[in-house]
Ligand binder design. Structure first.
Ligand SMILES: NC(=O)C1=CN([C@@H]2O[C@H](COP(=O)(O)OP(=O)(O)OC[C@H]3O[C@@H](n4cnc5c(N)ncnc54)[C@H](O)[C@@H]3O)[C@@H](O)[C@H]2O)C=CC1
Ligand SMILES: O=C(CO)COP(=O)(O)O
Length: 389
């Protein structure tokens, strides 16, 4: 069989960290993969130069992952179609939505700026439609859900429908900067076709590394629900920090958040999600452990409680939401000031989830996520995050 041709679609903070692993593994397994790994970069100017040129000269994404050396077989390409031409393994790693400033809206201290929100995964898929081979496969590293007309769908389904190729999901307790520094962590791949995806994404080691332990489970829906909704809960955790509420309060938010995440998955997805995906298990499953790593430290579901904890402790959603409480500025302003082009996912997901629940009359069934929404978008006091009426 010809070696797989790998393309990475996205080059932000996580996109660049994963490019380091994938580039290294492609080079190590030259019988399985073409050595060159192409990475689509949304072109922009950094100090008067194209970011793609800087990446290809310095082998470093100086804007989104400064200080990390990328393997020189990772090649930055600004043209999406060229970056994906002939690829049979596509790695989607884009922010699920971006939010930019214009006009007026609320911070908890009053009116500030009105964000416009743009989903661009759909645009990327539209541009690639008809250009991807039938034998290709994709994997989504996106932590977010797709919302259209107050309906919800998974990005794996969006990509599958748009490009006609099977698509798995990868999500875990993976703060990009820590992964880039090769600090040990785990991650979870969710797949409907576990043996094929396990073979390609895990067994031949495109992602697995000594410091990045991958496991494959069948609950693709649960993996994606976890990745999207933990960002909303982390916004709540950030409010707690801004209010200096301490660890017990934050633990209560995490506990309640985890239950709401699971409840959401069970309520709105046909076939439901597995409880184990959220809480972890003792390796008692049959097919799920088929590809489980041998590492004793590895549990199967990094995407659940583990990712929720790491994001509530060290993620960008937490950091910006803490400042939202102390600075009295809008989320979009803080995102611009604090993240240097990186994107928050939890605040936009809070709005999407609220709109979805609202048209179904279900907001009261998800009080924590509703509260996060109301604090950001309706001017409710941040103290509401830890008040039981
Ligand atoms: N950063 C992290 O620690 C982790 C992030 N993730 C998830 O991975 C996904 C990607 O996140 P990051 O790589 O961190 O991105 P990021 O947060 O660094 O976002 C910046 C990226 O968005 C791109 N971008 C901005 N506007 C765009 C547009 N109109 N069209 C296309 N691209 C545009 C920029 O070029 C840049 O590559 C997200 O869903 C995130 O939740 C998952 C695990 C860890
Ligand atoms: O997904 C993440 C860690 O697993 C990163 O979370 P943040 O987007 O809040 O930084």
């Amino acid at each position: 069989m010809a070696p797989h041709k790998v393309s990475i679609i996205g080059s932000g903070n996580w996109g660049s960290a994963i490019a380091k692993i994938v580039g290294h593994n492609a080079r190590q397994h030259s019988d399985m993969f073409e050595e060159e790994v192409r990475m689509w970069v949304f072109e922009e100017q950094v100090d008067g130069k194209n970011l793609t040129d800087i990446i290809n000269e310095k082998h470093e994404n100086v804007k989104y992952l400064p200080g990390t050396q990328l393997p020189d077989n990772v090649v930055a390409i600004p043209d999406l179609t060229k970056a994906c031409e002939g690829a049979d393994l596509l790695i989607f790693v884009l922010p699920h939505q971006v939010s930019v400033l214009s006009g007026l809206s609320l911070s908890h201290n009053g009116p500030i700026a009105d964000p416009i929100q743009t989903q661009f995964v759909g645009k990327v898929c539209g541009d690639l439609k008809g250009k991807i081979g039938a034998n290709a496969r994709a994997i989504s590293l996106i932590k977010g859900l797709a919302f259209h007309d107050n309906n919800i769908s998974l990005f794996t389904d969006e990509i599958e429908h748009s490009l006609g190729i099977p698509t798995a999901a990868l999500s875990g307790a993976n703060i990009a900067d820590e992964v880039a520094q090769e600090k040990f962590c785990e991650t979870t791949i969710g797949s409907k076709t576990i043996e094929e995806d396990g073979d390609i994404w895990f067994k031949v080691s495109l992602f697995n590394a000594p410091y990045f332990r991958v496991n494959v489970i069948a609950d693709s829906v649960g993996v994606q629900i976890c990745g999207a909704l933990k960002n909303v809960i982390a916004v709540g955790a950030g409010f707690c920090d801004g209010l200096q509420y301490g660890n017990n309060t934050k633990a209560a938010v995490i506990r309640r958040g985890l239950l709401e995440m699971r409840k959401f998955g069970k309520a709105f997805f046909e076939g439901g999600v597995r409880t184990e995906t959220f809480f972890g298990n003792d390796r008692g499953h049959d097919i799920d452990i088929y590809f489980a790593s041998n590492s004793l430290l590895a549990s199967l579901e990094s995407c659940g409680v583990a990712d929720l904890i790491t994001t509530c402790l060290g993620g960008r959603n937490r950091k910006v939401s803490e400042k939202f409480v102390t600075a009295g500025k809008s989320i979009e302003e803080l995102e611009e000031q604090m993240l240097n082009g990186q994107k928050l996912q939890g605040t936009t997901t809070a709005k999407e989830v609220y709109d979805f629940l609202s048209v179904r009359g279900k907001t009261e069934d998800f009080p924590l996520m509703t509260c996060v929404y109301r604090i950001i978008y309706c001017g409710d006091s941040p103290e509401m995050i830890a008040k039981d009426e």
